[in-house]
Ligand binder design. Sequence first.
Ligand code: PLP
Length: 446
Amino acid sequence: MKTEFVSKRAKPYADVPDEKWNDWRWQLSNRLNTVDEIGEIIPLTESERKALQTQGLFRVDITPYFISLIDPDDPEDPVRRQVIPRAEELQAFTAMMEDSLAEDRHSPVPGLVHRYPDRVLMLVTTQCASYCRYCTRSRIVGDPHQTFKREEFEMQIEYLKRTPQVRDVLLSGGDPLVLAPKILEELLSRLREIPHIEIIRIGSRVPVFMPMRVTQELCDMLAKYHPLWMNIHVNHSNEISKELAEACDRLTRVGIPLGNQSVLLAGVNDNVHIQRQLVQDLVRIRVRPYYLYQCDLVEGAGHFRTPVAKGIEIMEGLRGHTSGYAVPQYIIDAPGGGGKIPVMPNYLLSMSDHKIILRNYEGYIATYEEPTDYLPSKAAKFKGVKRVEAGQEGLVSLLEGKEMFIKPEGFDELHNRHGIQHRLKNEEKWKPLGIGSEESADGTKE
Ligand SMILES: *Cc1c(COP(=O)(O)O)cnc(C)c1O
């Protein structure tokens, strides 16, 4: 049964005039962060009180809009668990790491993580509209004294200008959409001045925490910097309100393709039925489920972790059971900086020279006969692209596989200045990818 997406407003906000409620600045300045403020909207448990009264806890802030999505009578409400801390957050685990993805180690300049050959992650602010209790970057996020830093931004731009293999820049943080509108636009326009940057992506939970920020004006501004993609972050269908549906509609109408990244969280969405409803509700609002992440080894987030087997079970319950468009990839971001690794149920049962044995989502077993006359040496040749403008020859040689990494001028000096041991230093490591190389699929050189 298709249900309508609804608007909600917690009782204490009943008298707030609509102009205020629908104004993102009002939402930001009326965020809740103390035990008294939150307790006025939702009767708190002992565990939540204890956590909220603890000094030095990872920052708490909840927009009036988002707290209104919580059922105040349900201590296990899935929205509540994402933003209201519990005593378990205070436990330290030996397996937990401050910078579990080793992002700092992969930063050629502060705030820029260059982990993959052709794309970078740019941390443009430490601020968010509300703070997720399982935040992967709780080590840096939330600090009110460390917001957008111009000096760092200039260094990031310099690095990008000198690094032609970067064709994809992912803006994250913190949340890029809480930046002052002028700064956000400056950032986008400066990136667009760099000819080798093909796509810009924004990772943001603002549409979810504060959909009123996604004004038509913001959408029109973003659309000036196409091709621009956006990933939002929804973990449970209860977060999909009428307001979020409308915000996503505005974004997709200006041509921004939307994806969703969710995190598998114990007690929130570690259930195949919850996940199936989530992904189906997302495609209804034209948001394509992109990644489902295994919870990272982050200090304070141990109680959110599930076994990987739970994620596999969920993927098994999605593939085949619902639209392919609705099926995300399940990802473990490897601790220590190994990057994102997709994990899947096994559908390939066995493999020989001439046939492979598969199973489908229902357990039906099928055989696929391999071709007997396939010649790897006759595989299509990659001829590169013919759309390159003067001054971008470096990019061409990258695309043709002649070089996987061009060390930009001043690269070593930058590294030394920041004392960063970057794996880019080891140029050898960038070669095995073989993208567009002359080596054919079976590894034989022609
Ligand atoms: C996640 C991430 C990206 C983007 O990865 P995609 O799989 O392309 O979405 C890029 N850089 C870093 C450091 C990341 O963590």
